[in-house]
Design a protein around this ligand. Structure first.
Ligand code: NAD
Ligand code: DAU
Length: 340
């Protein structure tokens, strides 16, 4: 099977490529990535010389170039990880989120219609459901929870989901969608809470916590997300949405404290800073459907996953030091410089 993985030089896409090439040695994987600030070709160094792997630097919005790749590779399956993925950046500059997350997805689906495909899988997010109250722990997002987005990022992802479902109904394109909760693990870009906290703590820098740190996220180890996508693509039904999450809700402040403990750093590094605009309070996924229909269950417990993740950042300093010493410095100054 030839699988086109878009956004494969980013966090989850790269982890998916490693997972797929290990699990399905007969697959050919074609990674299409624009290499934005979030994409890093060095992430793919362990697979780049495999005969059944190809990397193409391209923008999913470039219709002509995308059609040419389809013409040449004739993929059986396309898994779309490519996106602008950071909520804070979407608040600063929504425009690129509309382009990549909506127009890019539609361009890929047009190519799928033109060249034929067994499955187009859209990697979506639990953020399309908006948020849940902090004081109602019995509430969860199910696949039928209405879409009610808060940020430009989540609005762009929800739009892409609606286009994907429209392409299924209107044109019969075999589409599936996964909506996963927050991932963590190796190769996570250091602008996101967990890697940012690890990287700052290692340098004894302040650890910024938005608002009171009481917002809740539902954390899943990245490999468990990859397993879910692999199952959906091979055994899930077209036209369906699958929620993915491991019932692992934690407050942000507890995550930051845990990382301090793992690294032996003092909690005095923690700084409560200005809250994110429109900050979603709580995410919590009900994964009953994917469990009942496809037998998926998360395998990595948070206590083990966070230890593995911290160790990975300790052992792979080159990877993130290169990132945080470049353009990222300007981003950090812009986002956190005036945030008191
Ligand atoms: P990421 O920001 O780490 O990686 C995104 C990748 O997409 C990068 O390699 C980037 O270069 C590439 N890209 C961006 N614009 C592109 C374009 N126009 N053309 C081609 N490539 C482009 O993101 P991630 O955290 O790995 O997220 C991957 C997908 O999973 C996204 O669609 C995101 O919405 C979704 N998701 C993420 C999480 C999470 O916790 N990180 C959870 C649920 C869903
Ligand atoms: O839920 C899935 C989503 O998870 C994905 O769709 C997004 O692509 C991904 O980025 C992630 O979004 P979040 O906004 O939840 O992740 P982030 O790591 O940016 O923030 C996690 C929480 O931590 C959130 O409540 C904001 C808070 N935070 C974040 C940063 C970067 C802080 O308190 N301080 C920070 O410096």
């Amino acid at each position: 099977m030839t699988i086109m993985v878009t956004g494969g030089a980013g966090f989850i896409g790269s982890n998916f490529i490693f997972y797929d090439l290990k699990k399905h040695a007969g697959d050919r994987v074609v990674c299409v990535d624009k290499l934005t600030y979030a994409g890093n070709v060095s992430t793919l160094k362990s697979v780049k010389d495999k005969p059944n792997f190809r990397f193409v630097r391209e923008d999913i919005c470039n219709r002509e170039a995308i059609y040419a790749i389809f013409e040449e590779e004739k993929p059986d399956v396309v898994i779309n990880f490519a996106a602008e993925s950071h909520v804070d950046r979407s608040i600063e500059n929504p425009d690129i989120f509309l382009k990549t997350n909506i127009m890019g997805t539609v361009t890929l689906m047009d190519a799928c219609l033109k060249y034929g495909i067994k499955r187009f899988h859209q990697v979506s997010t639990d953020e399309v459901y908006g948020d849940l109250p902090l004081d109602k722990p019995e509430m969860f997002f199910t696949e039928s929870t209405p879409l009610q987005t808060s940020s430009p990022y989540s609005s762009s992802k929800a739009s892409a989901d609606l286009f994907a479902l429209a392409y299924y109904r209107t044109y019969g394109l075999p589409v599936s969608i996964s909506r996963c909760s927050n991932n963590y693990g190796p190769y996570h870009f250091p602008e996101k809470l967990i890697p940012l906290t690890i990287v700052n703590a290692l340098a004894d820098k302040p650890l910024p916590v938005y608002g009171k740190g009481e917002n809740v996220r539902d954390w899943l180890y990245v490999e468990d997300h990859c397993k879910a996508i692999d199952l959906i693509v091979r055994k899930g039904k077209a036209g369906e949405v699958y929620n993915v999450g491991g019932h692992n809700e934690m407050r942000n402040i507890d995550i930051v404290r845990l990382i301090c403990k793992e690294l032996g750093k003092p909690e005095s590094l923690i700084r409560y800073v200005t809250d994110r605009k429109g900050h979603d309070l709580r995410y919590a996924i009900d994964p009953t459907k994917i469990h009942n229909e496809l037998g998926w269950l998360p395998e990595t417990k948070f206590a083990d996953g966070i230890k593995k993740t911290v160790s990975w950042y300790l052992e792979n300093r080159d990877w993130w030091e290169t990132i945080v010493s470049g353009e990222y410095r300007k981003y950090y100054e812009k986002m956190y410089g005036k945030r008191q």
